[in-house]
Design a protein around this ligand. Structure first.
Ligand SMILES: Cc1ncc(COP(=O)(O)O)c(C=O)c1O
Length: 403
């Protein structure tokens, strides 16, 4: 939904440069049509399997975007009390909310139990006991799933792999076996299994490997749900690379249907990454460097993970094409969005767009270097709407300071 017309980048039917002039930069711009397209794609994959698609709020939690996702019938995957609250307050039914997370505090567990969410995904035996204590205290029943660490390597960046033996996530298979053989409780029922092997995965085989690793657990209890996690990769490079959903459907989903009534999935990036861009203004040029007004505090994936996102001129001016490094204003050498981008040499004040930044962009933004977080705008056909104001500098400077 981000297209070029006469040398200008459009979001749906709106010129990105007009939006940037209106709201200033750095600015996240999203396309509603792209979000709906992606939701349609994932629904068609899971279509004939009883399922719950629980959108992973951590990817992007703007309430306006959550509303679009909720109205499309999706559920919510949450990882903190804050996300549970946000999901419920933006209208997701508790019966469609799941809560994972390796370090849940007692107040967060209590909130989830009190609000009667669908499932708590348990990450350790100790956590299971804490949940049992809290459920007994508040006298409310809760369904849980065990998050298993199946020790598989999903062929992705190490920093976003989550199911290797050395990872902090999930319960080891032997320990899970022991729990399933011995755990009984009046308040807590184990009704599901959960795995999330990592992010930015393009092949179905690692998912199948994870399912096969946990398969023997199905003989220990009846489970109604199996949560395959999220992680479906997106084509950041713009080379037409797609996750192999047809292989996933024929193999993983078909296989799971033999064991459970419902398959849960928790996609984040797949739904929202390609629906957003970060628009930034050129401040200075020196050597091969273009210094822009967006920094690693606004979009941190390149600095955290070495991720590479395409960068384009928002308005082409048929200038000389060159190879440039693009960096932000933050005082860190890692505040560089990448090197060797093929761009037209921009003028000071020109806009550039960092592409595919809808996921893990704004949710990971910070106030580092006392910088306000960016504004967010949603495009829908010919219209565009401010869906989050730029942070106010005075507010962030004094927030939380006692008198
Ligand atoms: C438990 C869990 N589920 C789902 C996701 C979403 O992953 P993705 O955005 O790659 O689909 C994550 C991401 O970290 C996760 O930790």
């Amino acid at each position: 939904m981000f297209v070029w017309r006469n040398g200008e980048l459009f979001c749906e039917n709106v010129k990105v440069s007009d939006i940037a002039k209106h709201f200033d930069t750095p600015l996240y711009v999203y396309s509603k049509a792209e979000i709906l397209k992606r939701i349609g794609q994932i629904k068609s994959v899971f279509g004939d399997t009883p399922h719950l698609i629980a959108y992973s709020l951590k990817a992007n939690n703007n309430p306006h975007i959550l509303r679009i996702i909720r109205e499309s019938g999706l559920g919510a995957d949450t990882v903190s009390g804050g996300e549970v609250k946000l999901a419920l307050e933006t209208g997701f039914l508790p019966s469609k909310v799941v809560f994972a997370g390796v370090g849940k505090r007692e107040d967060e567990i209590e909130l989830a139990i009190e609000r009667g969410i669908k499932l708590l995904n348990i990450e350790s035996e100790e956590e299971l006991n804490v949940v049992e204590n809290i459920a007994g205290r508040v006298r409310k029943k809760i369904h849980v799933a065990l998050r298993i660490n199946p020790d598989v390597s999903p062929k992705t960046i190490d920093k976003i792999a989550t199911a290797k033996k050395t990872s902090k996530f999930g319960i080891d298979l032997e320990k899970a076996e022991k729990i399933l053989k011995t755990f009984t409780s009046r308040w807590v029922t184990i009704t599901g299994l959960h795995v999330h092997i990592g992010s930015q995965i393009f092949e179905w085989e690692p998912y199948m490997e994870a399912v096969k690793k946990v398969e023997h657990l199905f003989s220990l209890r009846e489970f109604s749900t199996f949560d395959v996690g999220g992680g479906f990769g997106v084509d950041y490079e713009g080379i037409g690379r797609e996750f192999d959903f047809s292989g996933f459907k024929i193999n993983v989903l078909k296989y799971l249907k033999n064991y459970v009534e419902e398959v849960i999935t928790e996609p984040g990036r797949f739904i929202i990454a390609k629906a957003g861009i970060l628009v930034t203004k050129v401040l200075y040029r020196k050597r091969d460097f273009i210094i822009v007004d967006a920094g690693m505090n606004d979009f941190s994936r390149p600095a955290y993970y070495g991720a590479r996102h395409r960068i384009v001129n928002v308005v082409k001016r048929s200038g000389d094409i060159g190879m440039f490094s693009v960096g932000g204003p933050v005082c860190e050498s890692t505040d560089v969005f990448g090197r060797n981008f093929e761009l037209e040499l921009p003028e000071r004040g020109d806009f550039l767009a960092i592409m595919d930044t809808g996921a893990y962009g704004m949710t990971m933004a910070s106030n580092y270097n006392a910088r306000p977080r960016p504004a967010e705008v949603l495009c829908d056909g010919n219209r565009y709407t401010l869906i989050r104001k730029r942070e106010d500098l005075n507010e962030i400077l004094w927030r939380g300071i006692p008198d």
